[in-house]
Design a protein around this ligand. Structure first.
Ligand code: NCD
Length: 315
C-alpha cells in the first residue's frame, strides 16, 4: 500500500506518469466516470479548506465513488481529545482512501503509520502540501509543454507557505530550473529547504526582496498568501501582509509567456485586474487540481496499476 505524505514519496517517474494520467482523464473524463464505483473517500479536514477538500470530493464523485468526512476539528472527535492514530484506525473501516489536512506538522505521517488504507497529506501545518504540488506541476506542464528549463519566482510567505516547500522539493528533480525566492527578510524560505534541498541540488537560486527587479527574467511567477494563521502575533501579520501586490503595471514588466500561478486563496497579493490577463493561470490551476486528484485516487487504489511501483521509498 502506498501513501502520499511528502512529495518525495513518489519518484519523479511516478510523478510524471501520474500527471500524464491526469491529462488523459482531462481529455476523456467520461471514460473514468465509473472507475471508483463502490469506493469511498474520507476527507478528514482539521483545518479550513475550500479547493483541496472540494476538489478531492469532486474527483471521487467524478470517478463514480462516494465521499464522507468532516471539515473542521470542532465537528470531529478531535474536539473530545481523540488522537489522529485512533481516528485513522476507525476510518480504515469506513473508507477505502483518506485525505487528511491537519494544523500539526507530521499528523498525516502519523496517520499513515496506523492506517489500513492509503492516506494523502492534504496539507500539514506550515510543512508540506504534496497534492498542491502535483497540481502546480500539472499546470506548468500544460502551459510550457514540460517541467524544466525554467526560471521560477516564488513570491510572498516562503517561510510558512507549505505549498512552496513541497514545490521546491519536487522541482529540484527537474533539469534546468533556476529559483528566485522573493520574500521579506522575516518570511524567507526555511533554512532546511535552503541547506538540505536547494543547496545540494546544484540548481542556482537567489533570494531577493523586490519583485520588480526580477520580473523580466521569470518564466513562472508563483504568488502566495501571507499565512496569517501561522503568525505568533497579529501586528507582524498586519505589517507584512501587503509586502507584495501584483498589479497590471508590475505584470507589464513580465515576459509575454510568463505563467502566473497561485495555490489560492488570494487575499490582496494579486490585484483583481490581473485576472483578465491571459498569463493569469490560477483559476485554470485550481480546475486542474480535480484531474490530478482523480489520477491520484485511481493510482493509490491500485485501479491504474502502471502508475506507482508496488513498493514506495520507505517513509
Ligand atoms: C494553500 C494551503 O492550504 O496551503 N491552499 C490550497 O490548498 N490551495 C495555500 C494557502 O492557504 O495559502
Amino acid at each position: 500500500m502506498r501513501h502520499l505524505i511528502d512529495p518525495l514519496d513518489f519518484t519523479r517517474e511516478e510523478t510524471d506518469r501520474l500527471l500524464g494520467l491526469a491529462e488523459t482523464i482531462m481529455d476523456k473524463p467520461s471514460e473514468y466516470a465509473h472507475r471508483c464505483a463502490g469506493k469511498i473517500l474520507a476527507t478528514l479536514f482539521f483545518e479550513p479548506s475550500t479547493r483541496t477538500r472540494l476538489s478531492f470530493e469532486s474527483a471521487m464523485l467524478r470517478l463514480g465513488g462516494q465521499v464522507l468526512g468532516f471539515s473542521s476539528a470542532q465537528s470531529s472527535s478531535a474536539a473530545k481529545g481523540e488522537s489522529v492514530a485512533d481516528t485513522i484506525r476507525m476510518i480504515s473501516g469506513y473508507a477505502d482512501i483518506a485525505a487528511m489536512r491537519h494544523f500539526k506538522e507530521g499528523a498525516p505521517f502519523v496517520a499513515a503509520r496506523y492506517s489500513r488504507i492509503p492516506v494523502v497529506n492534504a496539507g500539514d501545518g506550515g510543512h508540506q502540501h504534496p497534492t498542491q504540488t502535483l497540481t502546480d506541476l500539472f499546470t506548468i506542464r500544460r502551459c510550457r509543454g514540460k517541467v524544466g528549463d525554467l526560471t521560477i519566482g516564488l513570491c510572498g510567505d516562503l517561510k510558512f507557505g507549505r505549498t512552496v516547500h513541497s514545490l521546491i522539493k519536487s522541482l529540484v528533480r527537474y533539469e534546468g530550473i533556476r529559483f528566485v525566492l522573493i520574500s521579506p527578510e522575516e518570511l524567507r524560505t526555511p533554512g532546511y529547504i535552503l541547506k538540505e534541498v536547494l543547496g545540494p541540488s546544484g540548481h542556482p537560486f537567489t533570494e531577493v526582496r523586490r519583485m520588480e527587479e526580477v520580473m523580466p527574467e521569470l518564466d513562472v511567477l508563483y504568488m502566495t498568501r501571507v499565512q496569517r494563521e501561522r503568525f505568533f502575533n497579529e501586528e507582524d501579520y498586519v505589517r507584512l501582509k501587503d509586502s507584495y501586490i501584483l498589479t497590471p503595471e508590475k505584470l507589464r514588466m513580465g515576459k509575454a509567456d510568463l505563467a502566473v500561478l497561485h495555490p489560492l486563496p488570494r487575499v490582496n497579493e494579486i490585484d483583481q485586474q490581473v485576472d483578465q490577463d491571459p498569463r493569469a493561470l490560477y483559476f485554470q490551476q485550481a480546475r486542474g487540481g480535480v484531474f490530478v486528484r482523480m489520477a491520484l485516487i485511481l493510482s493509490l487504489l491500485g485501479l491504474e496499476p502502471d502508475i506507482l511501483e508496488k513498493e514506495g521509498e520507505p517513509c
